[in-house]
Ligand binder design. Structure first.
Ligand SMILES: [Zn+2]
Length: 377
């Protein structure tokens, strides 16, 4: 293959898809062509897909992005190095920095301005990360759940490569990293229920109900997963992205109970129930997993759905209170002690609502509104 066609194939995301056909036959999650969920995803017609795109571009309600600045606790490397073991810091969306046995682990690192293949288009972050990428301390490892842009940012992982010991990924995601130039010796890829013990910690890739892909041509060519992290008696579950499914019960039975579950609570919508959870499903998943403290993640950083940006927090608060489940909502950058979590403040209520937010609209919608006003005047 010439390097030119190689670059085209890489740009289209075809290489990982191709490799998938050759080397994932052993995986029960792979059908010989693509990865798949346990329960097949309902087939959606072109009409439904077009209506989702139409709604996202033109029917976004007000308030899906915050008006004012979010409170973010800035972090320094010194502060992190001095922090006790079992500290967790949410750096945004599904990016969490966890200190265990004196070393740092980072989930789904995204420091990019946008969760998008494009620099100037796509969901823009609500807040700066609490610490700059270059200020992060050396990482023992990066844990990836899947290859979507809001979980895997190419520039971020390339910037982290030199200071990272190991990248733990679901099958196929590691191939992408290697194609991007990360040393193959640093990449470890796992099927569901597989894992590794590293420096006394146990990591297991566990099932999720989702999908993958970074272009129009590479859908489901890499696997998606949730993760279980065990440090002696401390057990933590990280959902990655997932719809509600039977798998939570199985994970809870085999690897639970969990002291803390980091569960996706955001970017849900009745139009795509299969791939993300409504808050009531998040809470049920926490119960199925046999979780104690619930930390809602996958919210507060990117506008990826049709709900108000604070809605995931408000809904999950009501639901957990009704079921007597301890909920923790740390600010971005605020330390959470995994061994003894605190509830956190309702920090999202402090973010000022301004006129501009109530009018918040996508660029395309603003364009159409302007055209309509001009046509009517
Ligand atoms: Zn995703």
């Amino acid at each position: 293959m010439t390097s030119f066609t190689g670059s085209i194939r890489r740009a289209l995301g075809l290489t990982a898809a191709q490799r998938g056909r050759e080397s994932f036959d052993m995986s029960a999650q792979h059908d010989g062509e693509r990865f798949r969920n346990v329960k097949p995803r309902p087939v959606e017609g072109l009409g439904k897909t077009l209506s989702i795109v139409w709604n996202i571009l033109l029917n976004k309600p007000a308030g899906t992005t915050p008006a004012g600045a979010l409170p973010v606790d800035a972090l320094t490397r010194e502060q992190l190095q001095a922090a006790p073991d079992r500290s967790l810091y949410r750096l945004g969306h599904s990016t969490m920095l966890i200190k265990l046995r004196g070393q740092f682990w980072l989930t789904d690192p995204v420091f990019a301005e946008r969760a998008s293949p494009f620099r100037r288009f796509g969901p823009k972050r609500f807040h700066a990360p609490p610490i700059a990428l270059e200020d992060l301390p050396p990482l023992r490892g990066v844990i990836l759940s899947h290859d979507h842009y809001d979980h895997l940012d190419r520039e971020t992982v390339l910037a982290l490569a030199a200071k990272t010991g190991v990248f733990l990924t679901p099958l196929g995601v590691g191939d992408r990293l290697i194609e991007w130039g990360i040393e193959a010796s640093k990449v470890r890829q796992f099927d569901w229920w597989q894992g590794a013990e590293i420096d006394g910690l146990a990591f297991t890739a566990t099932p999720a109900q989702h999908f993958s892909g970074r272009s129009l041509f590479d859908g489901n060519s890499t696997l998606w997963a949730s993760w279980v992290i065990v440090d002696d008696a401390l057990r933590v579950f990280f959902s990655g992205d997932t719809g509600y499914f039977d798998g939570f019960k199985a994970i809870g039975e085999r690897l639970g109970p969990f002291d803390v579950t980091l569960l996706e609570t955001g970017a849900y919508d009745a139009q795509w129930p299969y791939v993300h959870m409504q808050p009531d499903e998040t809470v049920q998943a926490h119960v199925d997993l046999r979780g104690r403290w619930l930390v809602p993640v996958h919210n507060g950083t990117f506008d990826l759905a049709m709900h108000r940006w604070q809605e995931p927090y408000e809904r999950v608060i009501g639901l957990t209170a009704a079921r007597g489940i301890p909920l923790s909502t740390p600010r971005m950058g605020e330390r959470l002690d995994l061994a003894s979590p605190h509830r956190g403040e309702k920090w999202w209520r402090e973010v000022a609502e301004t006129e501009s937010a109530r009018e918040s609209r996508t660029p395309l919608r603003r364009f159409f509104c302007r055209q309509t006003r001009q046509a009517n005047s």
